[in-house]
Structure formats: structure tokens, C-alpha cells
Design a protein around this ligand. Structure first.
Ligand code: IVH
Length: 679
């Protein structure tokens, strides 16, 4: 940590803390909300570290809403129920242009107005929440619940960087409640699901479910790991200034530091309909899902006149887009190879435009799914790209079959590297068993660096993409050969971030066998099995020598795992990889074993007779803990143990300045399992 010249006087500290918090808030807004940072990550980190250092020095100055306090360490027992400042209503909805025209007619009639000014906004397919601020400070965040009462999820919401913990001083807003929609960006959703599949967990059906599951997670640390975001679309309660229009409100919310989505003004319902049609195409390019457009009367006095039903306000309506389905033909079925070697059949489609994008591929998941759908090459199929983002084949139009459609067989060899692709008992997937299959490399290295594996912070997918594409890294072992100068050649990698990454890589060498085994990505070896294997074998060498029979004797290790482990270590390429990792200094023993091996690399020489041991017994003790024993003193000798009547070796040791232990000290050393400090 750097030396910041921390003030000693608490008043000066308070001033500096205020300054830092304001500056960090400003830069958070620039980075997370506007995606337009004014300073480098390094400069930002410096501000943040200085604030952390000051708060450590003056813990009495820590406030709940300091930027350092976003991630709570406490797990949540149960979410408390809280009452909303104003009831959270739903929206009326329409699926047709006529429905919108009827809505407009009702309003014009009630307001005696020939043309209404509307604001249209994307209807985010997420999770409605309310945020309550007092004195410009976030006090509470809650789910919609039954509309009147929701669950207090403040601790989780605070981890969302686009939610200001304190709002800008540039607005009159002080004590108020806002409404918004929490969502998970599409790319983050896909990434989350991939990692869940790798871990053998059930993937979320869509981003909405992922967001909803995340926001109700009991561990804020886990929530912080999953990138949620928010759009604020309404001010539901305000003690200060009243606004005249919805537009004015949105502008003020933006000024306060909230993330407000794009909106458009439309004069009259025909203009609204025109814009809705434009959005139907535009929506497909967004990194979040929308299921329609919300149309709101702009004038706020009109809201009061129109009022609400018990279900929805009369001044707004949601137009829902029709589901995106079309038929097309399957021209071929290709195989993709994933991280764990899983072969996924992908249908190559005659391109269609669906929901604004060209669709030319759709996953068929596995051979069972192919059987279930009875899908054949040449078939006409119904494809849907609805809430699921990813196009799905819904069904085969069997009436359209010509008779020349071809059945598809999953290959028994990996199409990328030619190794065997096996389907193990009970598994739906067929997997390539070659750990060095090029298609698997990128994803494997990423898995190696994962938090629960070797825990290499900063080894993200984008960086890895570049490392692998530039041939800087072909397998895990190459990570350990990287130099700062190599990394700095990569765009966006400065000196500091390169050094940090190298430190992380260096640190990972000590993670121990269990994490190494998990990181290797051996089929069927998840974190739990990796731990069991480690407890039973302690070193990778012993595990590599073992047999299926011996493995199957271990509780929880079934035939599939046993076979998978043995065939993994049989592969010559995998054995080479292990050798390389060892050479780079990656520890391949259990942590306990490492602790036991406290004499690793230490050379002993005995001279004279010991009381409690024979020479052989003493040597055996040294070897047991990883040390070496030689008969004569040399430059390599680290310790000489002197018994009774020592010989000339002792004199030589004294000349060389080698550490000399008597028998008592030697016994002490074995008991302490710690090298004496003078060595
Ligand atoms: S305004 C009183 N605006 O859609 C009106 N809602 O189906 C409050 N939603 O509960 C809603 N995007 O969770 C509004 N731009 C937007 C929205 C939006 C998504 C959600 C919201 C609401 C649900 C109704």
C-alpha cells in the first residue's frame, strides 16, 4: 500500500474523506452510468485506496453509505418486509395498435384534449424495485412484493454500482422514493449460465429469473459477483419540489446520478405507434431484454385527473411485442467443443430475420434433444427467439418432410483434435477426452484462473482472448512464463495492471493440490471430488500412479469418476502438462503435505553418535519431511547434526559457517516442524 501522508488530525481526515467520497461518487457515475470515465482505473484505485486507508485509521468516520461499504460481509438471515411509500402498481397492457388507439381515445375524452403528449420508454424485462432516500442518502431498497409491501433487499442493492448511495448535490431531490427495474445484462447472463453449467448447476431460464434469483440471494458477496444493473423510470414520492412533466422528472433523476434509460417524446398516438415500430428492430441490439414499450402521459397534472384503478394507473400502458417465431430449414448440423470437452450439436439454419437479427444457428443441446425433437438435416423447423434470447428450435414441421431428410449421428471422435469423444454412463453429453484440444484451451485457461480454482484475479475472458490469440499462452503452464513486458504489449494493459496480474499468477502457485485438480478441468472432477482425491492421495504423483480399482474403493468415487481420472492421466499430453506446471513451481501437493514437507530441499549431514536414534532412523526422519541426507559436508550442506564424538566433518562445517545442531535441537526441530530461524 502506498503512503498517502494520512492526516493525523480527525478534522483534516474528515475533510479529506468527504473530498474523496465525492470524487469517487463522481467517477463511479462517469464509469458505470455514462460509460465515459474521466480518469484511468489506476487513478481511481488510488483514490479508493486512500479512502480505505483513512477509514482504517479513523473507523469512527466510516458511514454505511461510503463507497467502501458497498459489499456487506454479513449473510442475510431473512429479508424483512417493508411498506412502500406509495403503492407499486402494475401496468395495463395491449398487444395491438388498436389497443393503443383505444387507450388514447379514453384519455383524450377524459382530458378534453385533441392531442396528448406522450413519453415512450423501453419496458425492461426485469424486476421492479423501490429505492427510498432520506437526506440524499440511500436508506432502503425493496422488491415490489404485493405492491403495498415488499422485501428489504438493501444490502444486495448496494452492490449495484449504478445505484447511488448518495445522490448528487446538484438537484433539489432530498427525501424521496424512486422506482426502477433491476436486470441482468444479456452477456453477463450468458456468462453466468455457462459457469453454472460447468459446475453442474441448473442454468437460469432467462435474464429475468437470473436477476430475480440474484437479488434475493442471502450472500451480498455472491450478489456483488453477478453483474446486475438498473434503470430508474419514476419518482414515486418526493417531499420537495413538484415537477410539471414526466420528462422533467426523468431529467432531474438523471441529474441526481440515477441511470435513466433512453426515452422519446411523441405528440399523439400515431407518433407513438411509429416509434414503437422503430423500437421493434432497435431492441434487438440492446444488451438487455425488453418485452415492450411503456407509453406514459407526459403532463403530471393529467396523472392526477386520470387516477388509477387498483391494478394500474390510467395514464400509462405497456405495448407488448409479439413473440418472435418463424420457420426455416436446417441445412446442416455442426459440432461445437466446449471447455469440459462437451460436444454440442448446433443446427445450421437457412438464415432468417428474427427479432431484428439474422439467425443462422440454433443449439440442439445434445443427442437426446435431437431424438426428442426427431430433428433431421433438411427438416423445416419452427424457431423462436423470445425471452430466451438464444434462438430455440421449438418443433419440426413433419408435414413438410420430403423423404430425403438425413438422420444425424453424434461423432465418436472430437471434430477438432480427433481424440475419442465418449459418453459416460448416465450423461447426456458426449465429451472429447483430450485436455489439450485447441478448442478447449481458452475456456480451460479461464477456468484454471477461476476464483474457486487457482484464483487468479484479473485473468478475464477479454484478456485471455488476446493472450491466446497472440500465441502468448497455449496452456496453463505458459501463464507462469509471462513477463511484464509481454503483458504491456496488450492493449489496455498498463505497467501496474501487468504487475498485479503477474503477482496473482505467482501467488496461484501455492494454492495446493485440491485447487489444481479442480482447475485442470478433469471431467467429473468438481471442487468436492478434487478435495476427496487430495485427502486420499496428497500428491499428484501418487494420484497419477493410481488405478481405477483403487479409486473406486474411495467413498463417493464412482466408476465414471475413476475412469475419467485414470484416462486423463494416461494421456501423454496431460502428463507433460503436469510436468511443465511442476517445473514452473506450481505446488502439486495438498496444503497439509506441503506443511509436512518443511525440510524440502534442505541438506543434512550427521556426525558422531546420537542417543535417541540410530543414524538410519535419524536419516529416515529427515527424508520423511522432504529433507536430504549426505555423508560428507559440501557447499550444499545446510545443517550438520552433531552427536557424541563428532569427527572431522564438524570442523569442516564450522569453517564453512554451516548451522550446527545438537541432538536436542534436532529433536526440537522435528517436533516444531519449523526450520530454526538462523538457517
Ligand atoms: S412504469 C405506475 N416504466 O413493468 C407505473 N414500468 O408490467 C409503474 N417496467 O411493475 C411502472 N420498465 O416493474 C414503468 N419504463 C418502465 C418500465 C416498467 C419495466 C416494469 C415495472 C412494472 C411492470 C409492469
Amino acid at each position: 500500500m502506498e503512503n498517502y501522508n494520512l492526516p493525523e488530525d480527525i478534522e483534516k481526515a474528515r475533510e479529506r474523506i468527504d473530498e474523496l467520497r465525492q470524487s469517487i461518487r463522481h467517477h463511479n457515475y462517469k464509469y458505470y452510468v455514462e460509460d465515459n470515465p474521466e480518469i484511468t482505473d489506476y487513478e481511481y484505485d488510488k483514490l479508493f485506496e486512500e479512502l480505505k486507508a483513512l477509514e482504517e485509521e479513523f473507523p469512527e468516520l466510516i458511514t454505511e453509505n461510503s463507497p467502501t461499504q458497498r459489499i456487506g460481509s454479513e449473510k442475510i438471515e431473512a429479508f424483512e418486509t417493508v411498506e412502500h411509500k406509495a403503492k407499486m402498481l402494475s401496468l395495463d397492457k395491449s398487444h395491438s395498435e388498436q389497443g393503443l388507439r383505444d387507450f388514447d381515445k379514453r384519455i383524450r375524452k377524459r382530458l378534453h384534449n385533441s392531442q396528448i403528449e406522450y413519453i415512450i420508454e423501453p419496458k425492461i424485462d426485469g424486476l421492479g424495485i423501490a429505492l427510498y432516500y432520506e437526506d440524499k442518502t440511500l436508506l432502503r431498497g425493496a422488491t415490489r412484493g404485493n405492491g403495498a409491501k415488499g422485501e428489504d433487499i438493501t444490502a444486495n442493492l448496494k452492490t449495484i454500482m449504478t445505484i447511488p448511495l448518495k445522490i448528487s448535490t446538484e438537484t433539489s431531490l432530498t427525501t424521496f422514493e424512486v422506482r426502477g427495474e433491476i436486470y441482468m445484462p444479456v452477456d453477463a447472463f450468458q456468462e453466468l449460465n455457462n459457469s453454472r453449467i460447468d459446475k453442474g448447476m441448473e442454468p437460469f431460464a432467462n435474464p429475468r429469473n437470473a436477476a430475480s434469483g440474484t437479488v434475493r440471494h442471502k450472500d451480498p458477496k455472491e450478489v456483488a459477483e453477478r453483474p446486475l444493473d438498473i434503470f430508474i423510470y419514476a419518482l414515486s414520492y418526493n417531499e420537495e419540489q413538484k415537477f410539471k412533466t414526466h420528462l422533467e422528472t426523468l431529467k432531474e433523476l438523471k441529474k441526481a446520478g440515477f441511470k435513466v434509460n433512453e426515452y422519446e417524446k411523441a405528440e399523439g398516438i400515431s407518433a407513438v405507434i411509429h416509434k414503437i415500430n422503430q423500437w421493434e428492430h432497435k431492441k434487438e441490439r440492446l444488451n438487455y431484454e425488453i418485452d415492450g414499450i411503456v407509453i406514459k402521459v407526459n403532463d403530471l397534472t393529467s396523472h392526477d385527473i386520470l387516477g388509477s384503478t387498483t391494478h394500474h394507473p390510467r395514464w400509462a400502458i405497456a405495448y407488448k411485442y409479439p413473440p418472435n417465431r418463424k420457420t426455416t430449414r436446417i441445412s446442416d448440423i455442426e459440432i461445437m467443443v466446449g471447455r469440459t470437452g462437451k460436444l454440442t450439436p448446433v443446427a445450421i439454419l437457412e438464415p432468417i430475420h428474427l427479432a431484428g437479427t439474422k439467425v443462422s444457428r440454433a443449439s440442439l443441446h445434445n443427442e437426446d434433444e435431437i431424438k426428442k425433437l426427431d430433428v433431421r438435416i433438411g427438416d423445416e423447423v419452427l424457431v423462436e427467439k423470445a425471452g430466451k434470447i438464444i434462438p430455440q428450435i421449438i418443433k419440426v414441421i413433419k408435414e413438410k418432410r420430403q423423404g430425403d431428410e438425413k438422420k444425424f449421428e453424434m461423432p465418436h471422435k472430437c471434430p477438432v483434435c480427433g481424440s475419442a469423444a465418449k459418453r459416460f454412463n448416465g450423461e447426456v453429453a458426449r465429451k472429447c477426452i483430450n485436455a489439450q484440444c485447441p478448442a478447449q484451451i481458452k475456456q480451460r485457461i479461464q477456468h484454471w484462473g477461476e476464483r474457486n480454482a487457482m484464483n487468479i484475479d484479473g485473468l478475464g475472458p477479454k484478456l485471455l482472448e488476446k493472450l491466446v490469440d497472440n500465441n502468448m499462452v497455449r496452456h496453463f503452464a505458459d501463464l507462469y512464463k509471462l513477463k511484464t513486458s509481454d503483458l504491456q504489449k496488450i492493449e489496455r494493459m498498463g505497467e501496474k495492471s501487468s504487475e498485479n496480474l503477474l503477482k496473482e499468477i505467482e501467488k496461484s502457485k501455492q494454492e495446493g493440490l485440491a485447487r489444481v485438480l479442480y482447475g485442470l478441468g478433469i471431467p467429473y472432477v468438481g471442487e468436492h471430488i478434487a478435495r476427496i482425491l487430495t485427502e486420499n492421495f496428497h500428491t499428484i504423483d501418487k494420484l497419477m500412479e493410481t488405478s481405477e480399482i483403487r479409486l473406486k474403493q474411495i467413498n463417493e468415487i464412482g466408476p465414471e469418476i475413476a475412469q475419467s481420472v485414470v484416462s486423463f492421466f494416461k494421456e501423454e499430453k496431460n502428463r507433460e502438462l503436469i510436468e511443465q506446471l511442476k517445473k514452473e513451481g506450481v505446488k502439486m501437493e495438498s496444503k497439509e503435505y506441503q506443511r509436512e514437507q518443511f525440510l524440502e530441499g534442505i541438506y543434512f549431514v550427521f556426525t558422531g553418535a546420537l542417543d535417541k536414534y540410530t543414524r538410519n532412523e535419524a536419516s529416515e526422519e529427515v527424508r520423511k519431511f522432504g529433507g536430504r541426507v549426505s555423508s560428507s559436508v559440501s557447499k550444499k550442506t545446510d545443517i550438520i547434526v552433531r552427536g557424541k564424538n563428532p569427527g572431522s566433518k564438524l570442523e569442516k562445517a564450522k569453517e564453512e559457517g554451516i548451522t550446527i545442531l545438537n541432538e536436542e535441537q534436532f529433536i526440537q526441530l522435528l517436533e516444531d516442524k519449523k526450520m530454526p530461524s538462523q538457517v
